[in-house]
Ligand binder design. Structure first.
Ligand code: MV4
Length: 450
């Protein structure tokens, strides 16, 4: 096992990793920008190192500064959290070159899944269902038209180097296709330096369902059920829950075992998430994330597995914590991402938290690094904290969420709490009857006075 882990992140995930390290008896090193000197992860870590000025590129993304921090503290492993350097294959390789263990997947798998075309080809080869479309990059308008006509309009043009919704263009009809191809390629070239695009059938009202996996890197891999992340705004997830209200146990088992088998064949190491669009009873692979995700607590609550702790154990060469047969999905969990933003305009609202009262009680969890008097800096994401609830059933979970939201107090900055208090009373949410466009349509209706 590692002796000392450097946590190359900030905010709630830095604290989350720190807690797992404490439980494993591993010493911790926090790193921070000058803007984060008063942060909770800095206070709770055994040691801390200032790695640069506020902009992320000069601090949390500053690889030489991180290597120097490892050197001076004698850390033997680095946990990247999510975002920042968590899916940077080169960073994983540089750490290895310095005899430091990257707590994450093999660099080759990070790189493979970062290329959306290669990821999709790999998924298909491993027996995972994919969206009908081009087999790789499209090279000409004529080729694209032939494929589009074969799969049927509308089609979606996606950037190979994209992901998370960047560089996508819908072509509703054959007349739209040439423009969709050229704008997607131009945008992809300027955003990612790679103009390659590929084509997919456009799914109109799917759900976003993702399968959590855990692999030992030696051919052992299990799935831990799914999370439904359909409620999002501008590709930012707002509410995540598990199990998905759309699936039954047989569907869960079928897609879960397909994904687990694929990860066994890949010899995947660590935690990962295989993302699908789900429509009319069918799953369609879109991407794989090779990191711990923001919404991982939903899975922790329904499986009683500490994903961050297992991630660390596995990075140190440990075995999987259980067999697939021993994984049980218990009850229901919902996570709300509470952001320091105006609940209507979503404009960021950094500043001092004047009053803070987190909710508590049975089945209520808060993953947050804020405290009363803390000043949310303007330089980073606006997550105040995640409210995660668990119940025996979805109905109990919703009841508990309503109660917890009513208890929670965050004053001094604007937050998205009022949005969640409205959502838990919406019939479509209560019924679990929503899709990836539901929230934006709901917000448009609210803005129109509906
Ligand atoms: C799609 C799609 C419809 N059809 N692919 C957006 C982010 C990226 N991960 C994939 N995305 C989509 N891919 C096909 N073939 C619709 C989306 C999409 C979306 C997906 C998941 C969650 C929210 C979304 C919001 C808009 C579009």
């Amino acid at each position: 096992m590692f002796d000392k882990i450097l946590i190359a992140n900030r905010g709630e995930i830095a604290l989350r990793v720190l807690r797992a390290c404490k439980e494993l008896g591993i010493a911790t090193v926090a790193v921070h920008s000058t803007a984060d000197a008063d942060a909770m992860h800095v206070r709770l870590a055994d040691e801390s190192v200032c790695i640069g000025p506020p902009p992320s590129k000069d601090s949390y993304l500053n690889v030489p500064a991180l290597l120097a921090a490892c050197e001076i503290t004698g850390a033997d492993a680095v946990h990247p959290g999510y975002g920042f350097l968590s899916e940077n294959a080169r960073f994983a390789e540089i750490l290895a070159d310095h005899n430091l263990q990257f707590i994450g997947p093999k660099a080759e798998h990070i790189r493979l899944m970062g290329d959306k075309i290669e990821a999709k080809k790999t998924a298909k080869r491993l027996g995972i269902p994919v969206v009908p479309g081009s087999d790789g990059a499209v090279v000409s308008d004529d080729e694209a038209m032939a494929i589009a006509k074969a799969i049927g309009f509308p089609v979606l043009v996606k950037a190979a180097a994209g992901g998370g919704g960047r560089g996508m263009k819908v072509a509703q009809t054959p007349e739209d296709l040439a423009i969709a191809l050229s704008t997607a390629a131009t945008e992809a070239k300027s955003a990612f330096g790679d103009a390659s695009v590929y084509l997919e059938k456009y799914l109109q009202k799917p759900r976003h369902i993702e399968i959590q996996v855990l692999g030992d890197g030696r051919g052992g891999a299990i799935h831990l059920g799914e999370r439904d992340c359909s409620l999002q705004r501008r590709h930012q997830k707002v509410w995540e829950e598990g199990p998905s209200p759309a699936l039954d146990a047989a569907q869960r088992k079928k897609i879960g075992l397909t994904v687990a088998k694929a990860m066994q064949e890949l010899k995947y190491l660590g935690v990962g998430t295989v993302e699908f669009l789900y429509e009319d009873g069918e799953f369609y692979f879109i991407e794989m994330n090779t990191r711990i995700q923001v919404e991982h607590p939903v899975t922790e609550m329904i499986t009683d597995i500490d994903l961050v702790l297992e991630q660390i154990r596995i990075a140190a060469g440990g075995d999987l914590p259980m067999t697939q047969d021993e994984v049980a999905i218990i009850g229901h969990s919902i996570e709300c991402r509470v952001n320091a933003e105006n609940p209507v305009t979503f404009r960021p609202s950094p500043g001092r938290i004047q009053q803070y009262h987190p909710p508590g009680g049975l089945g209520v969890r808060i993953d947050s690094a804020v405290y009363q008097g803390y000043v949310i800096p303007p330089y980073y994401d606006s997550l105040v904290g995640k409210l995660i609830v668990h119940g025996k059933t979805r109905a109990e979970c919703l009841m508990r969420l309503r109660r917890a939201l009513d208890e929670m107090v965050v004053e001094g900055v604007e937050t998205t709490l009022p949005l969640f208090r409205a959502l838990v009373r919406e019939p479509a949410i209560i019924d679990g009857d929503y899709h990836i466009h539901w929230l934006e349509q709901y917000l448009a209706g609210q803005a129109a006075g509906g």
